[in-house]
Design a protein around this ligand. Sequence first.
Ligand code: 7RM
Length: 655
Amino acid sequence: MSEKTIDSTLSEQRVFQPPASFSVKARIGSLAEYQKLRAAAAADPAGFWAALARSEIDWHKDFSVALDAGKAPHYAWFTDGVLNVSYNCLDRHLARRADKTAIIFEGENGDTRRLSYADVHRQVCLFANALKAKGIGKGDRVVIYMPMVPEAVVAMQACARIGAIHSVVFGGFSAESLKDRIEDAGATAVITADGGTRGGKVVELKAACDRALAKGCKTVETVIVLKRAGNAVAMQAGRDHWWADTVRGQAEHCDPVWVESEHPLYLLYTSGSTGKPKGIQHASGGYLLGALVTMKWVFDIQDADIFWCTADVGWVTGHSYVAYGPLAAGATLLMYEGAPTVPDAGRFWDICARHKVTIFYTAPTAIRALMKLGEEFPNKYDLSALRLLGTVGEPINPEAWMWYHRVIGKERCPIVDTWWQTETGMIMLAPVPGAVPTKPGSCTLPLPGIDADVVDEQGTSVTDPNQGGQLVIKQPWPSMLRTIWGNEQRYRDTYWAKFSGRYYVAGDTARRDADGYFWIMGRADDVIKVSGHRLGTMEIESALVAHPRVAEAAVVSRPDDIKGEAVFAFVVTKGERPRNDSARALTDELRAWVSQQIGPIAKPDDIRYAENLPKTRSGKIMRRLLRAIARGEPITQDISTLENEDIVKQLQGER
Ligand code: 7RM
């Protein structure tokens, strides 16, 4: 995050009260009500969550222990309770909502489908039985590599139904990334599709899956392939099966497998400070509770709502607010497979108008991109059904917030800026829309039961308004991650070590203003957000140095008007430093290489070549200097220790 952005949010003074028309109908309709909930939670956090767990979740067997902190920092919630997440998302709605639409689907080329709760339940049962027939059961890991179609949700729910642990890999990741995740999880099955569609092009998922499996993945016995895009695929006899064939003849009934509350529901790989993504492990009961209560608190979900979260199921947002939260709440959710600009920049608003979307949740990068293309697009559509707007994934700049508020929300819809992480499982900091006034660029206040704070390097609360510090969570919460799959030490080191196990360390820096509102300033580690996609700079560096011509690489980010952050790489090649045409050719090659190694989302936007990277005397790359150079800022660092000052000129692209 640049100084400039920090300054611009620092001077933000606007405050927007919840519209009275919204508050009167809201689940939590006043500041007093919200504060009462927060006070109750603060007085007895475990009791507060236990009461909610009992009122919100259908337990097969009730629990007697709310929070078990005996193995901290591995906290366990509702430990002796027994439940099934899929039962809570589907079966329990059948009595009253069997015919209610659960999923409205629209594809890029306009194909639409509506699935009722009874339909989704039936499909989940069929597919769960198909998985069982392939020998997949409780505790087995299943990798899901699919486009944004209802079957992706069906696959996740079917895993949950039989106690299998799913790990969804975003369809934009490469074969190489898929392979790493399959191997780390030790998955025995992969569920994929022939291909997905985006921007008129077919993303060949099965082909990527074949390349991944050809390179290793020895644990995989079964591959199930949904026919979606219609592209030709190779099927390996014995291993690969068409989805339609696996469900044919299966029973439409499948008893849920009752699991203990702490049974892992899923793994989701996410980037951190090292080259290797980590498998964030979530538990069943606590995660479900978090996804469900935030649907109510933050999205004020009501029976008549049409809820559209644009996130892909490959990201945590697509887990909590597509695959689980909305269904647990018995809501109608919308899924769209395709680009926001096909056939033109009005697509999102066209979908909102045609399907009468009432709650719309997207990323700042999408808002900025659509904002740039002009108001005439949204202005063509009737957006009057919208009542609430949300954002997630990165800080939203006040200008984009105001555009969202004025052009999309017609100054009538509250905006919920929601801060959370793959690790937190649920939204943590966000306005409760009928209660908490909003400020453009701030995620406002913690939700009930969330003890968030900003602390200094000693772990002491920062009390001066607008003083930056580390964002920490001081009490465990039910949907928190349980560990990093297969790497207990990394779990402790990454999230707990900094303040000796006292607080969960989010990895973000933040400040609080005089009203106690939180403003996220940026990451404290080497994680960046490019178009809302979480990437590790070290991950991109390892991909670059894996190229035969690269000796050394350093990756930093620079601000980007639309993407939020852009990837900037400094590269030292083996042999002579490329210049002019040879530099341009190598840049094209390295961009394609990173695409292949990680995925197109990680492609460097800029690459500069130097004979060396600037290092401190102890040999550490001077990242702050590189960041300044990437941003075109004047250099204030002491560079007198550099052996070759010419390097700086090379890095600046001047020679
Ligand atoms: C949900 C998600 C997590 C990181 C997080 C932040 C950044 C997310 C906001 C935000 C400012 C927000 N999970 N982040 N939401 N920054 N305001 N409302 O994005 O695991 O992929 O990323 O994203 O840095 O630590 S994630």
